[in-house]
Design a protein. Structure first.
Length: 255
């Protein structure tokens, strides 16, 4: 089992809105380090920061991944929580849990089923529950297996409970994504995942999310990570931030 920690963040910024719970880009969360002999795989990350100039600001983030893989089965559990407080006010607070099961149909096709619960008070999202199922197709795999492209399509049902006077709603959505991994040698990788999730029959109500991660190994245990996130959620009530942009630089330590 491999344990990975994110002990500090070098820089955290470039926000268009706060830290909302948008789309969970689960393709990015898949753990690919398992082998035929190691069925269980774990991953733990955490970070915190405290700054005081005139006012105090505190940020905390944590993430837990647990994956079990034994062909043709794969089970993935993902837990995530984040809290940002500045000047005595909670700027952002979010949490989610995601459970996913994969069944490998062939070398290129995989069936998936998933469920998720999340909340994001800053977006007036008291609770979102969803469940769905679909297929994933491996469109490209290089001879050495280091370059890959996946396409996914699924149906999902969701129920949204909002804070205040905003009415709750539920939708059937089409969930579509493209995910790619490109590696330069053994020490650098660029990973991206882009989701588009329109309501079936009402395309103007959609969620869009794109995440890019560049990881460069500095040595056997230390890596530099550069991340860029962009997302839009058109299903949020009036007054809630619908757009999110973030740029993060960090160091990752694993052993």
């Amino acid at each position: 089992m491999k344990l990975s920690l994110l002990p500090w963040i070098l820089a955290f910024g470039l926000f268009c809105t706060d830290l909302p719970a948008q789309i969970v880009n689960i393709e990015e969360q898949r753990i690919t380090g398992t082998s035929d002999t190691v069925h269980w795989y774990g991953h733990l990350r955490g970070s915190s920061s405290f700054v005081k100039v005139k006012n105090q600001s505190f940020q905390f983030q944590s993430q837990v991944k647990v994956q079990y893989k034994s062909d043709p089965h794969m089970l993935l559990l993902l837990l995530n929580a984040a809290w940002l407080r500045a000047g005595g006010t909670d700027i952002s607070r979010q949490a989610f849990a995601h459970l996913r099961y994969n069944y490998k149909l062939s070398e290129t096709w995989t069936w998936e089923a998933f469920s998720q619960i999340q909340n994001s008070p800053v977006q007036l999202l008291q609770q979102r529950v969803l469940a769905g199922t679909g297929v994933r197709w491996r469109a490209l795999k290089s001879k050495n297996g280091r370059q890959r492209i996946y396409l996914g399509a699924a149906w999902l049902w969701e129920e949204n409970l909002f804070s205040g006077d905003a009415p709750s709603n539920s939708w059937h959505r089409s969930s579509n994504y493209i995910s790619s991994t490109f590696r330069a040698g053994k020490h650098a990788a660029l990973i991206q995942t882009t989701y588009w999730q329109p309501v079936i029959g009402y395309i103007r109500n959609y969620r869009l999310s794109s995440e890019w991660v560049l990881k460069v190994d500095l040595n056997k245990h230390l890596a530099l990570t550069i991340e860029f996130d962009y997302s839009v959620d058109q299903n949020l009530p009036q007054g809630a931030p619908k757009e999110f942009i973030a740029w993060r630089n960090g160091l990752a330590f694993q052993f």
